[in-house]
Design a protein around this ligand. Structure first.
Ligand code: PLP
Length: 356
């Protein structure tokens, strides 16, 4: 947690001991703190025509939308590079689920989507604002307009972009937008779903009538207050952090491309998620690279997944047209507030010495 979030959490935990569902004065002040945190999130994201439902994070927010569509038998079109919390919540029935292909830049194939949206029955389109593996950002404002024009619903998983890119949700008329607090320096286990049209939603957690009857359970007041503080601090840093991280990412890509001519870059340092760089080093193992770099004190990740002793290439990277061999050599590097030109140059040197 950032210092701002930690201080807000600690203060709220001490000052608001009441259950926000109680009518006594301690309960009422907790309710007020919870609602003020909601208002801070609305202000930070310029969201004024819906409401925020607190959840335990991005996974639960995504599941709430997908499971609701599933239980109502609504057809879902899901981008091939979404996070597992969307992909595996769709259910496997081909009758109700379609996958949206991506182009070689990792963007949704608009012609294909337009064709699908000709369906008279409303569908739910689900996509990641920025892919967690490549950082490629989708033109969500335009896609939301496309969906609305045909009377369809759009769910945007903005877990990677809230707090990392300046967002004006007024310009993004999606019906559902999910986020997660730990991605921008807030507490783990807190997130939310911004909802413009609630009729689709059905509770997945039953009990009390909290969160408009859509999510039972005593609300996490300190978590919500800390999330709002973290987002405010993150937003303040964006005007300087976005160009700084993009500059560092450009430098890293430049050094790698110069030294490893067959390296493939899966991300877009200019317009993608600031600081996220994904490479494919064909013929190498991303997992081996992760282990070697960890030995030097670097925390990076491979795109592929290990399961029962086998390694599977990343769905997100294969969906951009990479071969299995290329995708197995995927490596994702996330630069952040502590990254500097020197630390990135040192990292690049180490990576290149391993690849040689
Ligand atoms: C795009 C995306 N969606 C959802 C999630 C899940 O969020 P949480 O960890 O809060 O459940 C993540 C986490 O990495 C993510 O990157």
């Amino acid at each position: 947690m950032t210092p701002q979030a930690l201080a807000a959490y600690s203060e709220a935990a001490q000052c608001f001991p009441g259950n926000p569902g109680s009518t006594h004065r301690w309960g009422r002040s907790s309710r007020e703190a919870l609602d003020n945190a909601r208002k801070c999130i609305y202000a930070a994201l310029n969201f004024s025509d819906g409401r925020l439902l607190w959840t335990s994070g991005g996974t639960e927010a995504n599941n709430l939308v997908l499971q609701s569509a599933r239980s109502r038998g609504m057809r879902v079109l899901v981008a091939r590079n979404v996070h597992p919390s969307v992909w595996y919540a769709t259910g496997a029935s081909p009758e109700f689920v379609g996958a949206l292909p991506l182009d070689r830049e990792g963007r949704i194939d608009r012609q294909y989507l337009l064709q699908q949206l000709k369906s008279a029955e409303p569908v739910l389109v689900c996509l990641s604002h920025a892919c967690n593996e490549t950082g490629i950002v989708q033109p969500v404002a335009e896609l939301a307009e496309m969906c609305r024009r045909g009377g369809h619903l759009l769910h945007v998983d903005a877990t990677q972009t809230v707090g990392h890119l300046p967002l004006d949700l007024e310009a993004i008329p999606a019906h559902f937008i999910s986020f997660s607090a730990h991605k921008f320096g807030g507490p783990r286990g807190v997130g939310g779903l911004l909802v413009r049209e609630a009729p689709l939603l059905e509770p997945q957690v039953f009990g009390g009538s909290q969160e408009w009857g859509l999510r039972a359970g005593t609300e996490n007041v300190p978590g919500a207050v800390a999330t709002a503080a973290a987002l405010e601090a993150a937003q303040e840093s964006l005007p300087t952090e976005v160009p700084r991280l993009r500059g560092l990412a450009r430098g890293l890509v430049g050094q790698v491309e110069l030294a490893v001519p067959d390296a493939l870059v899966n991300s877009d340092p200019e317009n993608g998620l600031p600081g996220l760089v994904s490479f494919c080093f064909p013929g190498t193992s991303g997992h081996d690279l992760v282990l070697e770099l960890a030995g030097w004190g670097y925390a990076v990740s491979a795109g592929s997944a290990c399961h029962a002793g086998s390694v599977f290439p990343s769905r997100a990277i294969v969906s951009m047209g990479r071969s299995e061999r290329e995708a197995l050599g995927a490596l994702r590097v996330s630069l952040g507030g502590a990254s500097t030109e020197t630390s990135v140059a040192n990292f690049a040197q180490k990576l290149l010495s391993i690849l040689r």
